[in-house]
Design a protein around this ligand. Structure first.
Ligand code: AP5
Length: 226
């Protein structure tokens, strides 16, 4: 909640590998907000074999953007859940001008607005390595990296003790390149859109995870105090 007692709406904007998911989970723990990742929601739809999931599967594997209609439908359903009452961290949404406008309309129905957009600023080249080295715990979803974030005990999840890990179908160098192209063409223009509304904050996300986390935390504290 912001100081005005309205639910906080925070957007994390950044290309694949910028660290949106990593930082969203840390902010969730620190501030009690709920991470809503449209990538995770779409992967759940694919795994469940829903109609939306069937349509999204090939698009995601090619590294392109899923249609606004499908994305808005899965997000809308999730935003109705009661656990989002304190506020949400939107991870990977909006990604197009149409999605940004639809979000404004959705929030205005409940007198809410976007409180802050954090642009996670990175260079493209290292993002391929970040994405290609990523894996997650198959039990709790905690994220790891071959090089940058390994479990304290090899093969055992720090968080839940699970021993099964998985990698995403789109986490390979070729698809990561296509995802970066889609980001620059369709999503990066949103930086100027939100900057013009005075809600954008830029964070250097090339630093190590702990340093980025401290900068993100300070930014969110400022937002929640307003
Ligand atoms: P999505 O799941 O949203 O993927 P993405 O945006 O490509 O982002 P990633 O999850 O790859 O990266 P991240 O920034 O979360 O990085 P992470 O923290 O994991 O989307 C997947 C697909 O779904 C899209 O391509 C599209 O098809 C579809 N989709 C989703 N949303 C959509 C929408 N709104 N509209 C249309 N289509 C949509 O970090 C990556 C790795 O790096 C990890 O291993 C981590 O440990 C490591 N790492 C993180 N930070 C650092 C650091 N500071 N230093 C070193 N290593 C780090």
């Amino acid at each position: 909640m912001t100081a005005k007692n309205t639910p906080t709406v925070l957007i994390l904007l950044g290309p694949p590998g910028a660290g949106k998911g990593t930082q969203a989970r840390l902010l969730e723990e620190e501030f009690g907000l709920v991470q809503l990742s449209t990538g995770d929601l779409l992967r759940s739809a694919v795994a469940a074999g829903t109609e939306a999931g069937k349509q999204a599967k090939a698009v995601m594997e090619a590294g392109a953007l899923v249609s606004d209609d499908i994305v808005l439908a899965v997000l809308h359903d999730r935003m109705e859940d009661p656990d989002t009452a304190k506020g949400v961290i939107l991870d990977g949404f909006p990604r197009t001008a149409g999605q940004a406008e639809a979000l404004d309309q959705l929030l205005s129905r409940s007198n809410q607005r976007v409180n802050s957009v954090i642009s996670m600023e990175v260079e493209d080249g290292p993002m391929i390595a970040r994405v290609a080295g990523r894996y997650t715990c198959a039990t709790c979803g905690e994220g790891y990296h071959d090089q940058f974030k390994q479990p304290a005990k090899a093969g055992v999840c720090d968080k839940c003790g699970g021993t099964e890990f998985k990698r995403r179908a789109d986490d390979n160098a070729k698809t990561a390149g296509a995802r970066l192209t889609a980001y620059h063409a369709q999503t990066a223009p949103l930086i100027a859109y939100y900057e013009g509304r005075g809600v954008l904050e830029r964070i250097d996300a090339m630093a190590d995870i702990a340093t980025v986390s401290r900068a993100m935390s300070d930014a969110v504290k400022r937002v929640m105090a307003t």
